[in-house]
Design a protein around this ligand. Structure first.
Ligand code: TRP
Length: 461
């Protein structure tokens, strides 16, 4: 029998309640992935069929892997890299499983470097909205606001700097210092404002066309590459797949039910993404815009709504404040694994570790800042993509699915059944979870990767 790590406790303290944990994981999950990324990727990949693939990935692979990560984190009770080294040995395998944790730390750092730049745009839009810049603008005028902002690297750099500073500030103060409270208010408020926007979208005259695009599947538009994107996006949105959630799991008291917590987070996360689509696509059609406009989509559609609706200045300002909050609580969760690791291995204080890592990520963020302007041209691209697009592709479409595969294999095949029962409890949910991490998730991930890379085409001639 493996040693049950009854006394192993995190040196960073623990969540003050079950609710606090659920809120923190929800805060990490609900972010730019739901409101910025989901609509534009769904738009670029043809809508309906992509949305279905996304939902399937959330339920079949995303949620079981999210549960696995939280479980592994709680059992290891250290930063993700150390936890996985400990668990690998404890389960009679090898310390090399530390690589899952390393990917969680590194992935968080890489994602945050571009995430912060996009979140910076949301911050800038608080001011634009408050100034009334969207009032009575036509779609071309709205587009120009976005192009002017992203075309000026000094402005992007300014907002990116501010956002990194906010993130470092919270992470430096530790897990209880304010984060729990921010989320408690943010998620319900975000839901409420999305519902108001939904009411607006319903009266925009193009609600039917928007829903049609989003929910009417045309499977001929679904390619292997787009299914891989749906899977990457599902992992991204749940914050799952690369080991980052191990950090939040490691502060979780033993009594909390992981399946229930995960179900609550998945429900909130999926609702907000679908709502974002149901708000954005009708506005796209009402204003004669294209759903495939790319990563500027939210910033080019919603301001049209704010510009023409009653109390639009107030609603717009509130919306971008909430979006910035949502991004902030995700950014904290992206930085936390690296900070937990650095404080544990160096003995440094949290504030110092967070500042050093934040500074590194800040520098790396300039790759994305320049991707919008001075390095946007074809001559400065790699694999036909800008630095930002490369980072996004590497993290979402490679690190998350591959990391998810190894997490599933570890939780389902390497870890003894008695250990996972000890963490998750014996129940029908356990049986489903175990079946998924042993068979469904690994096979689905391998299949999607093989399909997207063309291996299946080669095998079947
Ligand atoms: N889930 C976040 C969002 O939708 C982004 C994210 C991806 C993330 N991976 C993560 C956040 C890991 C925290 C930890 O915006």
């Amino acid at each position: 029998m493996p040693q049950v790590p009854e006394q192993r406790e995190s040196m960073h303290g623990s969540w003050s309640s079950r609710l606090a944990f659920i809120l923190a994981v929800t805060g990490s999950a609900v972010g730019l992935g739901n409101i910025w990324k989901f609509p534009y990727i769904a738009g670029e990949n043809g809508g309906g069929a992509f949305v279905l693939a996304y939902l399937a990935c959330i339920v079949i692979v995303g949620m079981p892997i999210m549960m696995s990560e939280i479980m592994l984190g709680r059992r290891g009770a250290r930063n993700p890299a150390t936890s996985m080294a400990i668990l690998g040995r404890e389960e009679g395998s090898s310390g090399a499983w530390t690589l899952i944790g390393v990917s969680g730390i590194l992935g968080g750092v890489l994602i945050l470097s571009y995430y912060s730049v996009i979140a910076g745009i949301a911050l800038a839009y608080i001011i634009e909205s408050f100034k009334g810049a969207f009032v009575d603008q036509d779609p071309t005028g709205i587009q120009k606001i976005y192009d002017d902002l992203t075309g000026d690297w000094t402005m992007l750099a300014f907002w990116h700097t501010l956002f990194i500073a906010f993130t470092v500030f919270v992470v430096g103060r530790g897990i209880k210092g304010g984060l729990e409270k921010a989320v408690q208010f943010m998620v319900p408020a975000l839901l409420a404002i999305m519902l108001v926007l939904l009411a607006y979208a319903m009266t925009s005259g193009s609600f039917g066309a928007g829903l049609q695009f989003m929910f009417n599947p045309d499977f001929s538009k679904l390619t292997g590459a787009s299914v891989l994107k749906a899977m990457g996006l599902a992992f991204f949105s749940l914050s799952a797949g690369m080991g980052a959630l191990l950090a939040y799991g490691s502060y979780l008291p033993k009594e909390t039910s992981i399946p229930k917590a995960a179900a609550a987070v998945v429900a909130a996360d999926t609702c907000i993404a679908l709502l974002a689509g149901m708000v954005i696509f009708p506005i796209v059609y009402a204003n004669g815009l294209s759903p495939a406009a790319g990563e500027g989509l939210v910033f080019q559609t919603l301001p049209n709504a704010f510009g023409s609706m009653q109390a639009g200045v107030f609603m717009g300002t509130l919306f971008f404040v909430l979006l910035s909050f949502a991004a902030w609580t995700s950014a904290i969760a992206l930085l936390e694994p690296a900070v937990a690791w650095l404080t544990e291995v160096s003995g440094w204080a949290r504030g110092r570790a967070a500042t050093l890592l934040g500074a590194l990520i800040w520098v790396a963020g300039f790759g994305t800042v320049f991707s919008y302007n001075i390095l946007s041209g074809e001559e400065s691209q790699l694999f036909g993509m800008t630095i930002f697009e490369n980072l996004d592709y590497l993290t979402s479409n490679i690190m998350l699915p591959v990391g998810g595969l190894f997490i599933a294999i570890f939780a389902g095949w390497v870890m003894r059944r008695s250990s996972s029962v000890d963490e998750l409890g014996e129940s029908p949910a356990y049986t489903l979870w175990r079946f998924s991490v042993r068979y469904i998730a690994p096979i689905a991930i391998l299949f999607v990767i093989a399909d997207a890379t063309g291996i299946i085409g080669v095998l079947t001639g």
